[in-house]
Write a protein that binds this ligand. Sequence first.
Ligand code: C2O
Ligand code: CU
Length: 479
Amino acid sequence: MVTGSSGLTETRKNDFRFTRRKLLAGAAGFAGGAMIPGSGFGTAHAADGFLEITAGPAQYKLYKDDAAASDLWLYDGGLPGPEIRVRRGERVKVRLINALEEATSIHWHGVRIDNAMDGVSGLTQDPVPPGGTFEYDFVAPDAGTYWYHAHNKSWNQVGRGLYGPLIVEEDDPVFDRDHDLMLIMDDWRLNDEGRLDTESFGALMDWAHAGRLGNWLTVNGKSSPSFALKAGEAYRIRLVNASNARVLELDPDSIGGQVIGYDGQVLTAAEQATAEALVIGPAQRVDLMVVPEAGRDLALVEVSTRERFAFAEFKVTGEGKGKPPARLPLANTLPAPDLSNATRVVLDMTGGAMGQMGPMRYKGRELTQDDMRATGQVWAFNGIANVGEQPLFEAARGETVLLETVNNTAWPHAIHLHGHHFRTVGADGSLGPWRDTFLIGREETVKVVFQADNPGKWLLHCHMLEHAAAGMTTWIRVT
Ligand code: C2O
Ligand code: CU
């Protein structure tokens, strides 16, 4: 693929293990994660019932309190943005106010939404210009753990902090608010001063390799936050991976507990939280149920690099004995796919460094290597880089689609389908849990099946946001 003179096949320039260690060395005893006072934001409901959320620049400390502040772009000046919490079936009404210097829009990740409200700039709406507003008004049909994020130049806008939590409560929640924790994890690339490295946004090196990997992790915008838990009480911990590109691998022994949901969809029975279950790709969610034991603190520890990185702790107090709830929240009823009557679609993923490339078209013409460098288009779905005039495929409403994704690249990816949930199909035909984003390893093939029941134009893309921008984006039409 892109080899030789382009220099893209060199080994990764940044060895994050070392920078991580260096940052950690200076990091003893801090809370971090402070908005600089006086940013002047406040979330408010307007008289017409819309929650007004302003996207704008903000100074924010991602690292130690005495470290320099970073230039972030945030919703209402917060990291994450304001928590939106509704009951299943309720309306979400948000007026986005754009105080950025570039156009933006909000996507409601994982919500089976009305297409016009999906928030994809250039596909389902025009991007909202600086100074402009847009009203999102939709019903949240399914309970669960979701998040919202910018969907215009996401590699840049999400990468600077434009995201927030969206929780849709069950009709009869099992965990009360004190036992329901939303933890949005994010991976940042900080420079030697502990500030967000903004110069490297858009680096072709990242786009053609693993995406923009960072060297520092936050939870809800804070460095190493501490949560207080009571022994013997059951907690729901909603984990969201908001990283641009890092697949987070959490150590199961440090957190314990059981998985009760993936990508917002509660399971019918809790499962052991194995190492495999705690591999969380960009945009994916895992809901855990944790019943801490007296005398044993818990932690989130990331293990994808050689150096274990503890980035949140849970202090356990009290003597209580474990009493998990008598039942789990009720699973949503989603439109069931009919595997025996499915239309098969093959998605061939190519490109990127260290793989074979094959011919690639972008905006209707064949890309040369010079074009690739000029446009940053280095990945393709079925030979086509990025969104074109034509959808990848069309499905009639109610049709079951078996999407067979073949990863002919040297990199893992996290593929997200908008507007629908799907199930993975095992080699023996068994169906996996409902998800909206699946991970696929290098040279791997993954089959997912779903009922295309939601009319409109839906994006299908890698949620490693640099890959999406560099070609791994297409769309489907449901008619
Ligand atoms: Cu989480 Cu296309 O988005
Ligand atoms: Cu990817």
